[in-house]
Design a protein around this ligand. Sequence first.
Ligand code: FE
Length: 309
Amino acid sequence: MAVKIAQTEEVKKFLNIVSGTTSEKGNPRTKKIVHRILTDLFNTIEEFDVQPWEFWAAIDYFNDLGQSMEAGLLTPGLGLEHFLDLRMDAEDKAAGVKQGTPRTIEGPLYVANAPLSKGSARLDDGTDKGEVLFMHGVVRDLDGKPVGGAIVDVWHANTKGFYSFFDKSQTKYNLRRRIETGPDGRYEFQTIIPAGYGCPPDGPTQRLLDQLGRHGQRPAHIHFFVSAPGHRHLTTQINIAGDKYLYDDFAFATREGLIPKIARHEDAKKMKEKELNTPFSEIEFDFTLTALAKKDAEEVVNRRRVEAA
Ligand code: FE
């Protein structure tokens, strides 16, 4: 039986010093949070009798995670990003805030300042021979009225499951665009159907998932930010229906209401209309934005984001 010391006065005093609660300086909130995390960690080490070699393996893991730039990948993998969504949903419900299109995780692969166009855009640079997809719809408010001047910021992976900017073999801003809706609230774009993707198989995220007996695969999806003055910033994704991992996403992003029907057109006349000689797919999807609630009046988006130089 391992010796228990985490609850002794000596260790409690030690934790206070470590987390700065005995100091006048510093940030009180940070101190409280660090105190709680360390207390839980001390208890975990004790409860599971964590051995020094296991502890140092975990430290090596953190270094590896940072060096591989995978902290933002592990976070959704451990359900933390989905948990934040569930909390915001619950807060809205408690406050009686009406929901528009469901929110879901952002993931780590957004790049700011993609080219902006009005009404429509083509996302792909024509080099990826994936199936052509036309997606279109209307941005509306909760009363169903079209929202003009909304920005639909869209990004997705190519047919190999890779994102431009992070994948240096793709052209700048490939499969990334911002589209401003006209007075009718409409947006439309042409692109290619993305593939699902997985965590790098040799990376630290997959290594932990292996220990948990879990895969690291995501179903094919398209990311969106939709924003307009007077409305809440919406972070969401739509899934490509029929994907093998649709309800088995390692990042837990799939939500009802975000799986639009995908129509496949093989008719020669329709193909000709689109100036194509291959079958293509089409998705119609309207976004509904939630009006700014009182508590959002000073909404701050303070997440650090990559900007392609
Ligand atoms: Fe993604």
